[in-house]
Write a protein that binds this ligand. Structure first.
Ligand code: AMP
Length: 216
């Protein structure tokens, strides 16, 4: 089963993807997390990607498509978080899934007003070690600056600074939002209101996943 979670920065894609991956046994493929790990390890992909992440721009499609293609295996159950982000990547995804006899089973667009996306990015924090997501207003770590899960350091992502977050939102509106139109005409497309409490968003996402599972 292949599920895509689409949404603006701050829509909770990462948080929800982790919860759903645990609940349903998906492999959670988060391209942003992969790039951050590659950058930390100073790999060839990390070196190619680092300036793009720092500036809130998209890594070139060819680099992303090649990286994801190397991780998709026949019969796998994947939750795609942050990929595809352009029409070109959506085409690349269809092609790589076709090669392993699969197709997208579900695309969910997490909707969120622009102002809320900016507010959330400013208050978001992540664990520099395990990537757990926190929010200084709604979900701070129990001990200030220390991850509840792994005791790693909880920090603000470089690209969550006000200027870069605004840039990422513009990039989303220009390049990723058109994917909604690309997927909307398909029966596998659903929308979920991401401005609700995380538990409600999770319940809505679970209901859609259950309905797809029941129909397979
Ligand atoms: P995210 O953690 O999903 O917010 O991604 C953080 C950053 O990683 C983005 O602002 C991009 O620079 C880069 N990135 C992640 N996924 C992609 C993708 N599918 N295509 C291009 N760049 C990406």
């Amino acid at each position: 089963m292949i599920v895509i979670l689409l949404g603006s920065p701050g829509s909770g894609k990462g948080t929800q993807s982790k919860r759903l991956a645990d609940k349903y046994g998906f492999v959670h493929l988060a391209t942003g997390d992969i790039f951050r790990a590659e950058i930390a390890q100073k790999t060839a992909i990390g070196l190619k990607a680092q300036d793009y992440l720092k500036n809130g721009r998209l890594v070139p499609d060819s680099v992303v498509i090649e990286m994801v293609a190397g991780k998709i295996e026949t019969g796998g159950k994947y939750l795609l978080d942050g990929f595809p982000r352009t029409i070109e990547q959506a085409r690349g995804l269809a092609e790589m899934l076709g090669r392993v006899g699969a197709s997208v089973d579900l695309t969910v667009f997490l909707t969120l007003p622009r102002e809320e996306a900016i507010r959330r990015a400013a208050s978001r924090r992540i664990c520099a070690n395990c990537g757990e997501v926190y929010n200084v207003l709604s979900r701070p770590p129990k001990a200030d600056g220390v991850c509840d899960k792994c005791s790693g350091k909880v920090v603000q992502r470089d690209d969550d600074s006000e200027a870069t977050a605004a840039k990422r939102l513009m990039v989303f509106e220009d390049l990723t939002h058109p994917l909604v139109a690309y997927y909307k005409s398909e029966t596998t497309f659903h929308e979920v209101d991401a401005s609700q409490a995380p538990e409600k968003v999770e319940a809505a996402l679970s209901a859609v996943i259950e309905s797809v599972k029941a129909g397979r």
